[in-house]
Design a protein around this ligand. Structure first.
Ligand code: SIN
Length: 287
């Protein structure tokens, strides 16, 4: 297949054309997509009419798959697929506005995912977009004083806080004993050196980062709030407006994302996500 890669809007996002994922991909095409993904943190492939098996097979080209820790949302026949659907399709529990807060996926794991591949099946005509922010650019745009303050520091991530907040708002079932036992604090550098590109990126997110290690609670809260506000300025953001069949794949280590609101009573939004295992991130890097 002859593919073309075209930057859209911002340099960290590109659209890949000329690929049909319902057909087997030759090694050359896979290599070209992989290269495009290294060159851009986010790739968009439109109009993909694929089965769950084909979604999984495509994901395997980039690494091993990682299941989500909340089993309620995994497709029974293919637990590698997380179903984000306000109608709870495929025998999974409904999930309203599942990813509607700024986050990188599953950073509460000691080895956070390398990336995710999201397939839009049914999408609302209005709202329900996914916003992405470029965490390389956000890091690079920080002032020197803030860079000095955060470099070499670690942040603590844990799923418990986010899950309980959603459960208290009635958007999640009460956690199981197994979930409660499994939610532990993990540490990642606030500024990571990307394992593939070697570039520095900010790596904190509103979803799952709970504190900056070594700071008093009020200082930690103020610093995180300042970093989050910095990262989501319009110059770093790309908005993906979904059409059915779109695939968006993102590098989880140098981007954050957030789904926008839509009228959940009026419209269905059903997305399938596969997630690719990552590795422990390097220790905090020096300025
Ligand atoms: C996610 O957070 O992985 C999904 C984002 C979305 O539904 O747009």
């Amino acid at each position: 297949m002859a593919i073309s890669v075209r930057e859209i809007g911002k340099t960290f996002v590109a659209e890949v054309e000329g690929v049909d994922l319902s057909r087997p991909l030759d090694a050359e095409t896979v290599a070209a997509i992989r290269q495009a993904w290294w060159d851009h943190s986010i790739l968009v492939l439109r109009g993909q009419s694929i089965t769950e098996e084909q979604h999984i097979a495509f994901t395997r080209h980039f690494g091993e798959l990682q299941d989500h820790s909340v089993k309620d949302w995994l497709l029974p026949a293919h637990p590698e697929i997380l179903v984000l659907s306000n109608r709870g399709r495929g025998g999974v529990k409904p999930l309203d506005n599942g990813g509607a807060y700024w986050h990188s996926d599953m950073t509460y794991e000691a080895e956070p995912p390398m990336g995710s591949i999201l397939h839009g099946l049914t999408v609302p005509p209005d709202g329900g977009d996914t916003l992405y922010t470029d965490m390389y650019a956000a890091y690079e745009a920080l002032d020197d004083e803030t860079k000095k303050l955060i470099e070499g520091r670690m942040a603590i991530h844990n799923y418990r806080h986010r899950y309980m907040k959603m459960a208290e708002g009635g958007k999640r079932s009460a956690p199981t004993a197994e979930q409660l036992a499994g939610w532990r604090d993990v540490e990642h550098p606030i500024v990571l050196k990307h394992p593939d590109s070697g570039r520095k990126a900010l790596f904190v997110n509103e979803g799952f980062t709970v504190a900056v290690k070594g700071l008093a609670a009020d200082e930690s809260e103020a610093l995180l709030a300042r970093l989050y506000a910095h990262c989501v300025q319009p110059q770093f953001i790309h908005a993906h407006k979904w059409s059915p069949g779109d695939i968006v794949m993102w590098d989880n280590r140098c981007t954050m994302h957030c789904a926008t609101q839509y009228d959940v009573s009026k419209y269905e939004r059903t997305m399938h996500r596969t997630t690719i295992k990552g590795a422990a991130l390097c220790q905090a890097v020096a300025a």
